[in-house]
Design a protein around this ligand. Structure first.
Ligand SMILES: Nc1ncnc2c1ncn2[C@@H]1O[C@H](COP(=O)(O)OP(=O)(O)O)[C@@H](O)[C@H]1O
Ligand SMILES: [Mg+2]
Length: 276
Protein backbone atom coordinates (compact mmCIF):
# COMPACT_ATOMS: atom_id res chain seq x y z
CA UNK A 1 0.00 0.00 0.00
CA UNK A 2 2.68 2.46 0.99
CA UNK A 3 4.60 1.60 -2.17
CA UNK A 4 1.81 2.70 -4.44
CA UNK A 5 1.53 5.90 -2.40
CA UNK A 6 5.22 6.54 -2.84
CA UNK A 7 5.02 5.98 -6.55
CA UNK A 8 2.19 8.44 -6.72
CA UNK A 9 4.05 11.12 -4.83
CA UNK A 10 7.17 10.65 -6.99
CA UNK A 11 5.22 11.14 -10.19
CA UNK A 12 3.55 14.19 -8.67
CA UNK A 13 6.80 16.06 -7.93
CA UNK A 14 6.72 19.55 -9.32
CA UNK A 15 9.92 21.01 -10.76
CA UNK A 16 10.51 23.04 -7.60
CA UNK A 17 10.20 20.02 -5.38
CA UNK A 18 12.63 18.15 -7.60
CA UNK A 19 15.14 21.00 -7.30
CA UNK A 20 14.67 21.02 -3.55
CA UNK A 21 15.21 17.28 -3.44
CA UNK A 22 18.40 17.64 -5.47
CA UNK A 23 19.65 20.22 -2.96
CA UNK A 24 18.73 18.00 -0.02
CA UNK A 25 20.29 15.00 -1.64
CA UNK A 26 23.72 15.55 -0.21
CA UNK A 27 22.61 17.04 3.04
CA UNK A 28 21.45 13.97 4.95
CA UNK A 29 23.40 10.86 5.85
CA UNK A 30 20.28 9.00 6.94
CA UNK A 31 16.69 9.57 5.79
CA UNK A 32 13.95 7.54 7.42
CA UNK A 33 10.43 8.00 6.15
CA UNK A 34 7.31 6.51 7.73
CA UNK A 35 9.22 3.39 8.73
CA UNK A 36 7.19 0.59 10.30
CA UNK A 37 8.21 -2.78 11.65
CA UNK A 38 6.24 -5.58 13.18
CA UNK A 39 7.79 -8.91 14.05
CA UNK A 40 4.57 -10.72 14.93
CA UNK A 41 2.09 -8.99 12.62
CA UNK A 42 0.36 -7.34 15.58
CA UNK A 43 2.58 -5.00 17.55
CA UNK A 44 4.56 -2.32 15.69
CA UNK A 45 7.90 -1.79 17.43
CA UNK A 46 8.77 0.87 14.86
CA UNK A 47 5.57 2.69 14.17
CA UNK A 48 5.77 5.47 11.60
CA UNK A 49 9.31 6.70 12.25
CA UNK A 50 10.43 9.88 10.46
CA UNK A 51 13.98 11.04 11.01
CA UNK A 52 16.61 12.82 8.93
CA UNK A 53 20.15 12.91 10.26
CA UNK A 54 22.37 15.59 8.67
CA UNK A 55 25.73 14.59 7.25
CA UNK A 56 28.62 15.45 9.51
CA UNK A 57 26.47 15.73 12.64
CA UNK A 58 26.90 13.93 15.93
CA UNK A 59 23.36 12.86 16.69
CA UNK A 60 22.43 11.17 19.95
CA UNK A 61 19.30 9.04 19.84
CA UNK A 62 17.69 8.85 23.26
CA UNK A 63 14.63 7.18 24.68
CA UNK A 64 13.49 4.80 27.35
CA UNK A 65 14.39 1.13 27.14
CA UNK A 66 12.33 -0.85 24.64
CA UNK A 67 11.34 2.12 22.46
CA UNK A 68 12.91 0.72 19.29
CA UNK A 69 16.37 2.33 19.28
CA UNK A 70 18.31 -0.86 18.58
CA UNK A 71 15.71 -2.12 16.13
CA UNK A 72 16.05 1.16 14.23
CA UNK A 73 19.83 0.83 14.01
CA UNK A 74 19.48 -2.75 12.81
CA UNK A 75 17.29 -1.48 9.97
CA UNK A 76 19.91 1.09 9.05
CA UNK A 77 22.59 -1.62 9.08
CA UNK A 78 20.43 -3.77 6.81
CA UNK A 79 20.04 -6.49 9.43
CA UNK A 80 16.24 -6.04 9.50
CA UNK A 81 13.88 -5.25 6.64
CA UNK A 82 11.02 -2.88 7.47
CA UNK A 83 7.40 -3.92 7.11
CA UNK A 84 6.86 -0.64 5.23
CA UNK A 85 8.44 2.76 4.70
CA UNK A 86 11.53 4.21 3.08
CA UNK A 87 15.15 4.22 4.14
CA UNK A 88 17.91 6.12 2.35
CA UNK A 89 21.47 5.98 3.63
CA UNK A 90 24.26 8.04 2.08
CA UNK A 91 21.83 8.74 -0.77
CA UNK A 92 21.28 5.07 -1.48
CA UNK A 93 17.96 3.26 -1.30
CA UNK A 94 19.15 0.40 0.89
CA UNK A 95 15.86 -1.48 0.61
CA UNK A 96 16.56 -2.10 -3.06
CA UNK A 97 19.99 -3.62 -2.42
CA UNK A 98 20.78 -7.31 -2.79
CA UNK A 99 22.43 -8.98 0.23
CA UNK A 100 25.80 -8.80 -1.59
CA UNK A 101 25.40 -5.09 -2.30
CA UNK A 102 24.38 -4.53 1.32
CA UNK A 103 27.45 -6.36 2.63
CA UNK A 104 29.68 -4.16 0.50
CA UNK A 105 27.74 -1.03 1.45
CA UNK A 106 28.15 -1.83 5.15
CA UNK A 107 31.90 -1.26 4.79
CA UNK A 108 31.01 2.43 4.70
CA UNK A 109 29.75 2.19 8.32
CA UNK A 110 31.59 1.59 11.54
CA UNK A 111 29.77 0.05 14.47
CA UNK A 112 30.62 -0.14 18.14
CA UNK A 113 28.19 -2.17 20.21
CA UNK A 114 27.91 -2.27 23.98
CA UNK A 115 30.38 -5.10 24.34
CA UNK A 116 33.39 -4.35 22.18
CA UNK A 117 32.97 -7.72 20.39
CA UNK A 118 36.71 -8.25 19.91
CA UNK A 119 38.11 -11.54 18.69
CA UNK A 120 39.43 -13.21 21.86
CA UNK A 121 42.19 -15.13 20.13
CA UNK A 122 43.63 -12.15 18.25
CA UNK A 123 45.78 -9.50 19.85
CA UNK A 124 44.86 -5.81 19.79
CA UNK A 125 46.72 -5.05 16.58
CA UNK A 126 45.39 -8.13 14.77
CA UNK A 127 41.85 -7.17 15.75
CA UNK A 128 42.24 -3.80 14.03
CA UNK A 129 44.01 -5.32 11.01
CA UNK A 130 41.17 -7.79 10.49
CA UNK A 131 38.69 -5.61 8.53
CA UNK A 132 41.56 -4.23 6.44
CA UNK A 133 42.75 -7.70 5.46
CA UNK A 134 39.15 -8.70 4.66
CA UNK A 135 38.11 -5.64 2.69
CA UNK A 136 41.26 -3.91 1.45
CA UNK A 137 42.86 -6.77 -0.39
CA UNK A 138 45.11 -4.54 -2.48
CA UNK A 139 47.04 -3.40 0.61
CA UNK A 140 50.30 -5.06 1.63
CA UNK A 141 50.60 -6.46 5.14
CA UNK A 142 52.93 -3.58 5.95
CA UNK A 143 50.35 -1.02 4.84
CA UNK A 144 47.63 -2.80 6.82
CA UNK A 145 49.79 -2.67 9.93
CA UNK A 146 50.57 0.98 9.38
CA UNK A 147 46.88 1.93 9.12
CA UNK A 148 45.94 -0.20 12.15
CA UNK A 149 48.67 1.42 14.25
CA UNK A 150 47.52 4.87 13.17
CA UNK A 151 43.92 4.08 14.24
CA UNK A 152 45.07 2.71 17.57
CA UNK A 153 47.11 5.84 18.20
CA UNK A 154 44.13 7.97 17.21
CA UNK A 155 41.99 6.39 19.93
CA UNK A 156 44.78 6.86 22.45
CA UNK A 157 45.99 3.30 22.97
CA UNK A 158 49.57 2.96 24.14
CA UNK A 159 51.72 0.82 21.76
CA UNK A 160 52.83 -1.32 24.71
CA UNK A 161 49.37 -2.94 24.59
CA UNK A 162 49.27 -3.70 20.86
CA UNK A 163 50.44 -7.30 21.28
CA UNK A 164 48.12 -8.14 24.17
CA UNK A 165 44.99 -10.26 23.94
CA UNK A 166 41.63 -8.62 24.77
CA UNK A 167 41.42 -10.38 28.15
CA UNK A 168 44.80 -8.92 29.11
CA UNK A 169 43.67 -5.30 28.81
CA UNK A 170 41.16 -3.19 30.76
CA UNK A 171 37.55 -2.54 29.72
CA UNK A 172 38.48 0.99 28.64
CA UNK A 173 41.27 -0.29 26.42
CA UNK A 174 38.92 -2.86 24.94
CA UNK A 175 36.57 -0.01 24.02
CA UNK A 176 39.43 1.86 22.40
CA UNK A 177 40.44 -1.24 20.45
CA UNK A 178 36.85 -1.85 19.32
CA UNK A 179 36.63 1.75 18.20
CA UNK A 180 39.95 1.57 16.33
CA UNK A 181 38.69 -1.53 14.54
CA UNK A 182 35.39 0.18 13.67
CA UNK A 183 37.37 3.11 12.26
CA UNK A 184 39.78 0.94 10.25
CA UNK A 185 37.93 1.32 6.94
CA UNK A 186 37.41 5.09 7.40
CA UNK A 187 33.62 4.88 7.77
CA UNK A 188 31.35 7.65 6.57
CA UNK A 189 28.92 6.90 9.40
CA UNK A 190 29.93 5.66 12.83
CA UNK A 191 27.25 4.00 15.00
CA UNK A 192 27.46 3.45 18.73
CA UNK A 193 24.71 1.42 20.42
CA UNK A 194 24.67 2.15 24.16
CA UNK A 195 28.46 2.49 24.32
CA UNK A 196 28.51 3.43 28.00
CA UNK A 197 25.73 1.27 29.43
CA UNK A 198 27.02 -0.63 32.44
CA UNK A 199 30.25 1.39 32.72
CA UNK A 200 31.31 3.30 35.82
CA UNK A 201 31.15 7.12 35.71
CA UNK A 202 34.87 7.55 34.99
CA UNK A 203 34.85 5.11 32.08
CA UNK A 204 31.59 6.64 30.84
CA UNK A 205 33.23 10.04 30.65
CA UNK A 206 36.26 8.59 28.91
CA UNK A 207 34.11 6.87 26.26
CA UNK A 208 31.95 9.98 25.76
CA UNK A 209 35.10 12.04 25.21
CA UNK A 210 36.49 9.40 22.88
CA UNK A 211 33.33 9.54 20.76
CA UNK A 212 33.44 13.32 20.65
CA UNK A 213 37.18 13.50 19.85
CA UNK A 214 36.85 10.86 17.16
CA UNK A 215 33.99 12.76 15.59
CA UNK A 216 35.92 16.01 15.63
CA UNK A 217 39.07 14.44 14.21
CA UNK A 218 37.29 12.82 11.28
CA UNK A 219 35.91 15.76 9.34
CA UNK A 220 32.65 15.04 7.53
CA UNK A 221 31.94 11.77 9.31
CA UNK A 222 28.42 11.36 10.69
CA UNK A 223 28.18 9.87 14.17
CA UNK A 224 25.04 8.29 15.60
CA UNK A 225 25.08 7.42 19.28
CA UNK A 226 22.24 5.51 20.91
CA UNK A 227 21.95 6.23 24.58
CA UNK A 228 19.49 6.39 27.41
CA UNK A 229 21.76 8.89 29.12
CA UNK A 230 20.47 12.40 28.61
CA UNK A 231 23.62 13.86 30.16
CA UNK A 232 25.70 12.32 27.38
CA UNK A 233 23.28 13.62 24.77
CA UNK A 234 23.75 17.17 26.00
CA UNK A 235 27.49 16.82 26.50
CA UNK A 236 28.42 15.43 23.12
CA UNK A 237 25.47 15.75 20.71
CA UNK A 238 25.01 18.60 18.27
CA UNK A 239 21.61 17.04 17.55
CA UNK A 240 19.35 14.86 19.65
CA UNK A 241 16.53 12.59 18.51
CA UNK A 242 14.09 11.34 21.10
CA UNK A 243 12.25 8.12 20.32
CA UNK A 244 9.13 6.84 21.99
CA UNK A 245 6.83 3.97 21.02
CA UNK A 246 8.61 3.47 17.72
CA UNK A 247 8.37 7.10 16.65
CA UNK A 248 10.68 10.08 16.74
CA UNK A 249 8.96 12.60 19.01
CA UNK A 250 11.56 15.35 18.63
CA UNK A 251 14.69 15.98 16.59
CA UNK A 252 16.65 19.11 17.31
CA UNK A 253 19.64 20.79 18.88
CA UNK A 254 20.22 20.52 22.65
CA UNK A 255 18.88 24.09 22.96
CA UNK A 256 15.68 23.09 21.17
CA UNK A 257 15.33 20.17 23.56
CA UNK A 258 15.67 22.43 26.58
CA UNK A 259 12.97 24.71 25.19
CA UNK A 260 10.60 21.93 24.11
CA UNK A 261 7.11 21.92 25.57
CA UNK A 262 6.45 18.32 24.60
CA UNK A 263 5.42 16.63 27.84
CA UNK A 264 7.47 13.49 27.33
CA UNK A 265 10.62 15.47 26.52
CA UNK A 266 10.15 17.63 29.61
CA UNK A 267 9.72 14.56 31.80
CA UNK A 268 12.81 12.91 30.31
CA UNK A 269 14.86 16.05 30.88
CA UNK A 270 13.65 16.44 34.48
CA UNK A 271 14.44 12.81 35.23
CA UNK A 272 17.83 13.04 33.50
CA UNK A 273 18.76 16.19 35.41
CA UNK A 274 17.91 14.59 38.75
CA UNK A 275 20.13 11.65 37.86
CA UNK A 276 23.28 13.63 37.12
N1 LIG B 1 14.01 -9.78 16.82
C1 LIG B 1 12.95 -9.35 17.50
N2 LIG B 1 11.79 -10.05 17.50
C2 LIG B 1 10.71 -9.60 18.19
N3 LIG B 1 10.68 -8.49 18.92
C3 LIG B 1 11.80 -7.75 18.97
C4 LIG B 1 13.00 -8.14 18.27
N4 LIG B 1 13.95 -7.20 18.51
C5 LIG B 1 13.39 -6.28 19.31
N5 LIG B 1 12.11 -6.60 19.59
C6 LIG B 1 11.17 -5.81 20.43
O1 LIG B 1 11.15 -4.50 19.91
C7 LIG B 1 11.02 -3.54 20.96
C8 LIG B 1 12.12 -2.49 20.84
O2 LIG B 1 13.38 -3.11 21.13
P1 LIG B 1 14.77 -2.36 21.07
O3 LIG B 1 14.88 -1.63 19.78
O4 LIG B 1 15.80 -3.37 21.35
O5 LIG B 1 14.64 -1.33 22.27
P2 LIG B 1 15.72 -0.24 22.79
O6 LIG B 1 15.09 1.10 22.54
O7 LIG B 1 15.84 -0.52 24.26
O8 LIG B 1 16.98 -0.47 22.04
C9 LIG B 1 11.06 -4.31 22.27
O9 LIG B 1 9.75 -4.47 22.73
C10 LIG B 1 11.66 -5.64 21.86
O10 LIG B 1 11.19 -6.68 22.68
MG1 LIG C 1 18.92 -1.11 22.65
Amino acid sequence: MSNSNNNLSVSNFSTNETVLNEQNKNHFAIEIEDLKKTFDGKEFVVNGMNLKIPKGSLTVIIGYSGTGKSVLIKHILGLYKPTSGNLRILNEDVLKMTPDQMTKFRCRFGVLFQGSALFDDMNVLENVCFPLIEHRRHLSLEQVNEIAIQKLRMVGLDPKHFNKLPNQISGGMQKRTGLARALALDPEIMFYDEPTTGLDPILTEMVDNLILNTHQQRKGMTSVVISHDLGAAFRIGDHIAMLDSGKCVLFGTPEEFMKSDIDLVKRFINKGMKHS
